[in-house]
Design a protein around this ligand. Sequence first.
Ligand code: F6R
Length: 366
Amino acid sequence: EKGGYDHFMLKEIFEQPKTILDCLRGRLNAEKGTIQVSGIENYLEEISRANRIIIIACGTSWHAGLVAEYIIEETCRIPVEVEYASEFRYRNPIVHNGDMIIAISQSGETADTIVAIEKAKEQGAIIMGIVNVVGSSISRISQTGAYTHSGPEIGVASTKAFTGQLAALMLVAFKIARHRQTITEERFKELCSELALVPGKVEKILEQNESIKKIAESLKDSSDALFLGRGYNFPIALEGALKLKEISYIHAEGYPAAEMKHGPIALVDENLPVIFVATKDVYHEKIVSNMQEIKARKGQVIAVINEGDLVTPAIADSVITIPEADEIIAPILNVIPLQLLSYHIGIARGCNVDMPRNLAKSVTVE
Ligand code: F6R
């Protein structure tokens, strides 16, 4: 049932070219430049008129929400807030009639997320579910939404469900953006073509497995790690850190790269690995200078970069080189080397990667 892989986690990481394609299939037509998401067509008008979107989720799904915040604000020009379900449900949150709630959940059974959206629904919000498990509680509470179609995820740490969430959220964001005419037809078509290229690019990233394993060997005895990214890649730094904590029990933190000067840089010495998500985007030069600052303090720099980047390899101790993509699409690719890195570090430390201690696949109690 592990399909020849040693662990479900590795199997599920390697399934991603297919699971992302399954999410896009029948929805994205890159040649024609169209997106059809049947679950949202009936609410397209309401969604497009929303004054505000609140995204509610926990854990890795919350990280997908943060990526979506950046993408929706940029392409749809609708203000977005991202809330931890557990915080939202116990506050006295301000929800207006017609506000749009996006609930993101792999299992569709996370207790805090369920209660949070029930509360928002009572206050007149429209609930859109981005859910993996078909027929789950969150999918039933939602009036509109899109399944991620990632298939059953057995590994406790979320991998393919996360990239499925990103793919579904991108489809929804681009669809709304075009409907609102906040992006041009030309830009919409460009994003459609870029999205269609993702499964093939993921395939290419997976070919780096052996070299990522070598980097993992060099990190296996670390006690801490820092993950840094900017813009669309800031939530990917958070996700990289969460994955490493869960899988290897190494203490890790993710930060927006520029925040390091406001505290975390105090931790940097020759024993601290700092993992940069530094693919090409408008922030690239800035993140390279953050990298130089870490090197100046003898930190160990590992960087995820794009093919053709000749500057970073001269600064970083090790690099993982992946195909270039539009900066809006890039997060879905950039998380994959971080998943593999956590997997191999966990294995090198003898951890049970499929069932990390103290964790449950579905958190059905608060
Ligand atoms: C991390 C992980 C958890 C879940 C979180 C939400 O790898 O799996 O952080 O993302 O418990 O679960 P769902 O998405 O099922 O609501």
